[in-house]
Design a protein around this ligand. Sequence first.
Ligand code: FES
Length: 89
Amino acid sequence: MKSILVCTNHRANPNQPSCAARGALELKERLTDAVNATGLAIGVKEIQCLGECDAGPNLRLIPGGTSFQHVDATKIPLILKAAKSFLKD
Ligand code: FES
């Protein structure tokens, strides 16, 4: 199933960047609610690192889709639009 992977990694050391420390858990919940509200047939899943920790919160459409960095709730409409297009591919 095509999915949106949201990095929700949390690092205990505050000197190391992590997506959870930048609001990724709340973002994942809001994105899940938005996907459910639209009825898009795409999953929203957590992953523990996408390898771009300095640019978080990060997410990626899988398999083989677009990556998004510095994501906050204001970008949810953009992500939904990309997900709709991704589902048609
Ligand atoms: S902590 Fe999110 S990409 Fe590494």
